[in-house]
Ligand binder design. Structure first.
Ligand SMILES: C[S@@+](CC[C@H](N)C(=O)[O-])C[C@H]1O[C@@H](n2cnc3c(N)ncnc32)[C@H](O)[C@@H]1O
Length: 179
């Protein structure tokens, strides 16, 4: 059975770069901190503007999105470049990641979730599947900044970028890479 149509399917069919180029802060972070073989989970990856950047730098990336169209396009791009990138169609509302990741990305997806409780739950999920010394990288609406900062600071995470619409944080623990 084919996946049900979701809102972003149409955007992704109409444009191969529906969300524009990757945010410079996410690219800069990857160039500065990513090591070949690092594991990256991109939650709400869409067409993979971030996932592709991270995979091209040698990371092993897993992209998850509810849009089967975005996931199909991302997987095709990754296969064409022989990147280490896997994908999955799933709804973050009831998603359970398996394993631990060095970096977890939530780029412009929290604001799309139905309410603050769900945003908090998905953010906690991202935090839980990040390894010690790993990072969660969030880009979102300024109105959700305090929710995002609050969850991270309550877990004693170190904010390594803290602007109105970008919150990058490092999980406490041994073996922390440079922030
Ligand atoms: C603004 S786009 C951002 C896509 C990608 N992170 C980027 O920066 O290019 C938001 C994405 O979140 C996905 N999304 C929205 N709600 C979702 C949910 N409940 N579960 C999984 N993905 C979801 C959409 O399908 C879409 O691909």
């Amino acid at each position: 059975m084919s996946a049900p149509e979701v809102p972003y399917d149409r955007h992704y069919r109409e444009s191969e770069a529906a969300c524009g180029p990757p945010f410079v802060e996410l690219v800069t972070f990857a160039e500065a901190h990513l090591k070949p073989g690092d594991t990256v989970l991109d939650l709400g990856c869409g067409q993979g503007r971030d996932a592709l950047v991270y995979a091209r730098l040698g990371a092993r990336v897993h992209g998850v999105d509810v849009s089967a169209v975005g996931i199909e396009q991302l997987q095709a791009a990754a296969t064409a470049e022989a990147l280490s990138l896997t994908t999955e169609v799933a709804d973050l509302v009831d998603y359970r990641p398996s394993g631990r990741f060095d970096v977890v990305i939530l780029d412009r997806v929290l604001h799309m979730l139905p309410d603050d409780d769900t945003r908090r739950r998905v953010l906690h999920l991202a935090m839980a599947c990040t390894g010690s010394g790993g990072h969660v990288l969030v880009a979102d609406e300024p109105k959700h900044r305090e929710l995002i900062r609050g969850a991270l600071l309550a877990g004693s995470w170190q904010l390594v970028k803290d602007t109105r619409n970008r919150t990058f944080a490092r999980k406490p623990g041994a073996g922390s890479p440079a922030g």
